[in-house]
Design a protein around this ligand. Structure first.
Ligand SMILES: [Ca+2]
Ligand SMILES: [Ca+2]
Ligand SMILES: [Ca+2]
Length: 307
């Protein structure tokens, strides 16, 4: 490795990156899209992307989403769903009002085109009220029948991936919970593969990367990172762990104390592998069934720099 390369990689900085189609603003990724869906299908589609319909909680965020909508106005006939719904006589709070559907938090910041207007369920024949940013009101908020699909798009919001490069790969951490069977596909779609740790150096780097990674943020709050999937399993032959990308035997391992033990309760198998925060990111075999954060490993094409 040349001096220039070692300089470049030593000082490679961690950064936030958004999946394709999303754009970064103040630590969140936003996307306009998924046309012609009702509110709840739109919410579900944003969930599949690892996020939710936008929860707009400040003037800056509202201004940013408005600017995205103005840029896309030619493609939006009516409006864009954001994540708020009207509830009637909620038994918990005892009242009616707007709340964020994803976490049932009350809507505090708002930008209603007509702040005095209140839904009236007695005169309303539709499927409930959901919030949209409305073309005809210069993208101020308005109530919409939640089932309206025609002319609607969704504003999705999600946490960025956290990226850092080391030697000839870049690593992207996705906090949104991913099932083991989706993990390889997710990384492949980025031009990479599921995390495989092949050396002490790579292992040390990943430990530092995960220690320094931001917490998971979603509509429910902030959560520290506890476990991350590794791209290895012993599903084919018990105890014979292999890397997914080429089905080769592990060329490096970093098992935690007593692991792997195939020790799921009730005789169930543990055929997948996680890095565990409470063990300094050492490895343990676990059941493949749960969803966890993932790291994708993407070969860095810029690394062709010669010196
Ligand atoms: Ca590797
Ligand atoms: Ca096993
Ligand atoms: Ca185990």
């Amino acid at each position: 490795m040349s001096l220039f390369q070692s300089f470049f990689f030593t000082f490679s900085e961690a950064k936030d990156v958004c999946p394709s189609g999303y754009d970064l603003f103040q630590g969140s990724c936003y996307k306009l899209g998924y046309p012609s869906l009702g509110f709840f299908r739109a919410q579900r589609r944003c969930n599949i992307d690892g996020g939710h319909l936008a929860e707009i909680t400040s003037q800056e965020e509202n201004d940013h989403v408005k600017s995205l909508l103005r840029d896309a106005a030619a493609n939006i006939e009516t409006g864009a769903y954001i994540g708020a719904v009207w509830y009637e006589e909620n038994t918990l709070s005892g009242g009616s009002g707007w709340e964020w559907e994803e976490n049932l938090d009350e809507v505090i910041f708002s930008d209603w085109a007509d702040p005095a207007w209140q839904p009236d369920s007695s005169s309303y024949q539709g499927q409930g009220y959901c919030a949209m940013m409305s073309q005809e009101n210069d993208w101020a908020w308005a109530a919409q029948d939640c089932e309206t699909r025609e002319g609607m798009v969704a504003v999705c919001e999600r946490q960025p991936a956290h990226e850092e490069c080391f030697q000839d790969s870049c690593y992207q951490l996705f906090h949104d919970y991913t099932y083991q069977f989706e993990f390889g596909h997710k990384c492949k779609s980025l031009g990479g593969k599921a995390l495989e740790i092949n050396s002490e150096e790579e292992s040390d780097f990943i430990q530092g990367f995960l220690d320094a990674a931001p917490a998971r943020k979603d509509a429910f709050g902030t959560f520290s990172l506890t476990e991350v999937w590794l791209g290895a399993s012993d599903s084919d032959s018990e105890g014979d762990f292999r890397w997914w990308s080429d089905d080769s035997e592990l060329d490096f391992d970093n098992w935690g104390p007593g692991q792997p033990n195939n020790g799921a309760p009730n005789g169930a198998e543990e055929n997948c592998v996680v890095l565990e925060s409470s063990e300094g990111w050492k490895w343990k075999d676990v059941s493949c069934d749960d969803a966890r954060a993932v790291v994708c490993e993407i070969e860095d094409e810029v690394s062709g720099i010669t010196g």
